[in-house]
Write a new protein. Structure first.
Ligand code: 2HA
Ligand code: ZN
Length: 274
């Protein structure tokens, strides 16, 4: 099968365009990676070029050895992926040590994987380990309202989680483990990759202060849906704060009732009395 005809590539492209329409991907902002399954890669094997050079990743991810990833290109625009997939996204293969990658499809004209590839791969590494391989997607967006909140709320996971849970009843059910927060750091490097992947042990959503958000998911739909839910909740909070703040809200004891009814575990550290 042609790479561009396979379902995982079509689903990946759909996410990039939906996300552009959301307004989260100005210029080359944001990036996406998908860990391809063995069956999916077998289906497109004939179109892969295994002869390219290995390039250093900059981080070590031994449990991703020999895995294939579909990834957006560095400097590429989400809005252009749909128009010219082969120039804007590509498939890379990790080497047997988890320290180098090579391009096997796409990323035409010398393009490289996203500048945030270290953060993507270190987060994939953690998520693969703790979900028994079920997690396949890491998605970074410049979600407007979440970024705005990082200028106003304390940069504390307990506060972000609790405030965003309060903004829509379904939130604690969609992200019961809460939201991690990384203080401002230089993007694109290994330090922010380490910090993000550490938080990915506990959370599926990690906010980068004054920059954006990382979301993890088993499918492209679930990662996008998670980003969409968290950003919607942030939008409501921005509106509420702009209207002078809450007059009433969902209480800690309401959340305990919700947890019982929906069979989710909500960590008590987020249900503090205010
Ligand atoms: O891809 O979003 O964080 C550009 C970025 C860097
Ligand atoms: Zn970014």
């Amino acid at each position: 099968m042609k790479v561009e005809d396979s379902k995982f590539v079509k689903d990946f492209i759909k996410l990039t365009y939906d996300a552009w329409l959301k307004g989260w991907h100005e210029r080359n902002g944001g990036n996406l990676s998908y860990r391809i399954s063995e069956d999916e890669i077998k289906g497109v094997e004939e179109e892969l070029d295994q002869n390219s050079e290995f390039i250093s990743i900059g981080v070590s991810v031994p449990n991703l050895a020999n895995e294939y990833f579909l990834v957006t290109g560095s400097g590429k625009y989400m809005r252009n992926v749909k128009l010219a997939p082969k120039a804007n996204i590509g498939i890379v293969k990790i080497d047997g040590n988890g320290e180098n990658y090579k391009k096997v499809w796409g990323l035409l004209n010398g393009a490289n994987p996203t500048s945030e590839f270290p953060s993507h791969l270190m987060s994939h590494s953690v998520k693969k380990e703790i979900t028994d391989g079920r997690n396949r997607v890491i998605y970074h967006a410049h979600a407007t309202n979440l970024i705005a909140l990082t200028f106003v709320l304390p940069l504390d996971s307990r506060v972000f989680t609790r405030e965003l849970w309060e903004m829509a009843t379904e939130c604690p059910v969609i992200f019961p483990s809460g939201i991690g927060v990384v203080p401002w750091m230089v993007p694109g490097g290994t330090a922010i990759a380490k910090e993000t992947s550490k938080l990915m042990r506990e959370f599926d959503v990690v906010v980068w202060a004054h920059h954006g958000v990382f979301a993890a998911g088993e499918t492209l739909d679930s990662a996008f849906g998670l980003m969409d839910t968290v950003e919607k909740s942030a939008e409501i909070l921005v509106k509420v704060l702009s209207m002078g703040g809450k007059r009433q809200t969902i209480t800690a004891s309401d959340f305990r009732d919700l947890a019982g009814a929906f069979h989710v575990t909500l960590p008590e550290k987020f249900l503090y009395e205010k």
